[in-house]
Design a binder for this molecule. Structure first.
Ligand SMILES: [Zn+2]
Length: 409
């Protein structure tokens, strides 16, 4: 072996050593994350619940739209609905001058058209209800904030069906005391009681226990997970991190990052990653969203798209645009990815958990290819792969030249 070749191979070995020291976890996690055989698209929509009855009409229209699109297996497009199960009972809160919290449940007769639309979509197989929360806030924190913030007090006492989306972002977190910033942790026993209560409420309203939970604003902690898991929740949707609070500027603080699909938490729940977005009201187009689907598919990962009910509850022009964009998204996605699969998030989680051979690759080659593609998303690792490939090619060439009796480089 020539001097240059030896030096090159030593350099590659040293680079890998450094790469493993620095990016070992990324390399390992990229390998452990399941490799999907087909592109998967799930539109995850949040916040449906007690509130404007216009939701019922929107849900029926969404259900019809989803039914128009089928994958190659004949499965209709799916939209998951993360539900809020209760809203403030503003009349009783007003009576107590904002000192006593009262709630009105999604099961109240007033909201029957909304529940009926959810059930209709579930029967058609195009909706899948998921647990979002009992309330999209911690009631005691909201009452405390109403004491000091006029806008919050006005929201709470309004005679209209105010959307929780209109509250200040930090107050929309449920599992911390966000009455002021920085947020403070809630007592573990209160979390446990409330997390168990909301699962029971979901079961009583929807008729089955939730298997998938989507933490509001993605702020939650291990205590929440443990209680959910004890009550039957199997999968938690995450953007790839677990946020546990906010600092004095409102910036999210995490205690876990780099979460990947199928990772099992200490609490026993498994995570599914939702880090692509489809909010047409914010200007997201079908084309831009297809880029996310394309990238996720190349990584052999599922595409979970985040969206919210608010896209479809704005003025008429905005609502029409959002419906059009959603239909275009499915049309284009099926054109570009003929093997696209529609699933519910629970089905995806179970397939990953069971390593279902119809969806999850078990062979070494597809796994190796997915591992390389995922790891190469990190610039320095991409550089390492290319220099390794070039270095090995050079060494092989040198070995071949040596065998042929040519002078080694
Ligand atoms: Zn939400």
């Amino acid at each position: 072996m020539g001097l240059l070749t030896s030096a090159l191979l030593s350099l590659i070995a040293a680079s890998w050593l450094l790469g493993i020291l620095r990016y070992g976890r990324v390399l390992l996690d990229s390998w452990k994350e399941p490799t999907l055989l087909w592109p998967v698209l799930i539109v995850e929509s949040d916040d449906w619940g007690p509130g404007p009855l216009a939701q019922a009409e929107v849900l029926l229209r969404l259900s019809s739209l989803l039914t128009r699109f089928q994958d190659q297996t004949g499965r209709s497009a799916v939209m998951t609905l993360a539900l809020q199960l209760a809203a403030p009972d503003r009349a009783s809160i007003r009576e107590s001058s904002c000192h006593q919290y009262g709630r009105v449940s999604l099961s109240h007769d007033d909201f029957e058209p909304i529940l009926a639309a959810i059930r209709e979509g579930e029967e058609r197989g195009v909706f899948a209800a998921q647990l979002h929360c009992l309330e999209h806030f911690w009631p005691a924190a909201l009452l405390a904030a109403a004491d000091t913030t006029n806008a919050v007090r006005a929201w709470l006492l309004s005679s209209e069906d105010e959307l929780t989306e209109a509250l200040p972002p930090h107050l929309q977190s449920r599992w911390v005391d966000a009455s002021r910033l920085p947020t403070r942790a809630l007592p573990a026993h209160e979390i446990s009681r409330a997390a168990t209560e909301e699962v029971e409420q979901f079961a009583s309203i929807i008729g089955r226990r939730p298997r998938v939970a989507v933490p509001p604003t993605f702020v939650w902690n291990e205590e929440v997970e443990k209680s959910w898991h004890r009550s039957g929740v199997r999968f938690v949707v995450t953007p790839g991190a677990r946020y546990v609070g906010r600092d004095s500027d409102g910036t999210l603080l995490s205690d876990a990052t780099g979460i990947y699909n199928g990772l099992e938490a200490k609490s026993g729940v498994r995570y599914l990653v939702r880090d692509a977005y489809f909010e047409p009201a914010l200007g997201h187009t079908a084309e831009a969203t297809l880029e996310s689907l394309d990238r996720k598919t190349r990584d052999r990962r599922p595409t979970l798209l985040e969206t919210h009910r608010s896209n479809f509850l704005g003025d008429e022009q905005q609502t029409e645009r959002c419906f059009r964009e959603l239909a275009r998204l499915f049309e284009r996605a099926l054109e570009r990815f003929p093997h696209l699969r529609f699933l519910t998030t629970e089905e995806l989680g179970e397939s990953i958990f069971e390593r279902d051979p119809k969806l999850v690759a078990t062979g070494l080659l597809p796994r190796l290819s997915a591992w390389l593609t995922r790891a190469a998303r990190v610039r320095n690792l991409r550089l390492l792969f290319w220099t390794t490939a070039a270095g090995l090619a050079f060494s092989l060439l040198a070995a071949w030249a040596e065998m042929r009796g040519m002078p080694s480089p």
